[in-house]
Design a protein around this ligand. Structure first.
Ligand SMILES: NC(=O)c1ccc[n+]([C@@H]2O[C@H](COP(=O)([O-])OP(=O)(O)OC[C@H]3O[C@@H](n4cnc5c(N)ncnc54)[C@H](OP(=O)(O)O)[C@@H]3O)[C@@H](O)[C@H]2O)c1
Length: 214
């Protein structure tokens, strides 16, 4: 199995680290504040803890799960290790201001996504947007009524990288909808705003998107 290097010590990084481990991958999780991962390491001794650079270097596949406002800075720092690698981009461009009537504010607009910016910072990395439109507690084999499988919308410029992400999503219990090239992140990133509205308005956080087809 491939080795996965996770950049991010928040809920998404920790959840995906445990998910990849459960599915047989070797996992390293990176942070610039390793003390944040002490308890996690105690509970998950098989997961290696590392710096962002070490996690990026060690992964055959890299997962980016840092705060959106610092994503470009962190990719700049580790880009030398990302050449030719699939980078699963879970980030959302959420601005540092409160939501308005439950609607998050973004620091991007509809003519340019965060993932396109990241792809520019590290042109040799193969970014694939995924996992950004569902809460972290529903990322690994979520259990919905009637065994319904939620849809994960993905996009990216490299077809081999998207195939790898498709296989991961299948293991993690999702149907995958490939929405095309990196520009499609302009449409996929705002799904996070839609997903969060019931949470902010009514404290409902246990839903996921599904694309119905005839
Ligand atoms: N939470 C969810 O359910 C969810 C669902 C889908 C997508 N997302 C997206 O996934 C990403 C990760 O979300 P999260 O909730 O797991 O965690 P988060 O709190 O958004 O991000 C945590 C990570 O960001 C890094 N970070 C934060 N501020 C920083 C700064 N000023 N300089 C350098 N690094 C900084 C932290 O670094 P250190 O480790 O060094 O502290 C940590 O690794 C976000 O972009 C979020 O929008 C979240």
């Amino acid at each position: 199995m491939a080795k996965v290097g996770i950049l991010g010590s928040g809920d998404v990084g920790k959840t995906l680290a445990k998910g990849f481990l459960k599915h047989g991958y070797q996992v390293a999780i990176g942070s610039d504040h390793p003390e944040k991962l002490t308890e996690f390491k105690g509970e998950n001794p098989q997961i290696e803890t590392a710096t962002f650079e070490q996690a990026a270097q060690s992964g055959d596949i890299v997962v980016l799960s840092v705060k959106g406002t610092v994503a470009e800075k962190i990719i700049e720092k580790v880009k030398q290790y990302l050449s030719g690698k699939t980078v699963i981009d879970t980030t959302n461009p959420i601005a540092d201001v409160p939501p308005q009537n439950g609607v998050l504010k973004f620091f991007t607009n509809l003519d340019g996504s965060l993932m396109e910016r990241l792809q520019k910072v590290a042109p040799d990395a193969q970014f694939v947007k995924a996992f950004n439109s569902v809460g972290s507690v529903l990322m690994i084999n979520p259990d919905f009524r009637n065994n319904a499988k939620p849809t994960m919308f993905i996009c990216g410029n490299n077809d081999d990288a998207k195939k790898k992400v498709y296989e991961i999503l299948e293991r993690f219990g999702f149907e995958t909808e490939d929405m095309g090239k990196a520009e499609s992140a302009r449409a996929i990133e705002p799904l996070c705003m839609l997903w969060c509205i019931p949470g902010f308005l009514r404290n409902e956080w246990s839903h996921a998107f599904k694309l119905l087809k005839k």
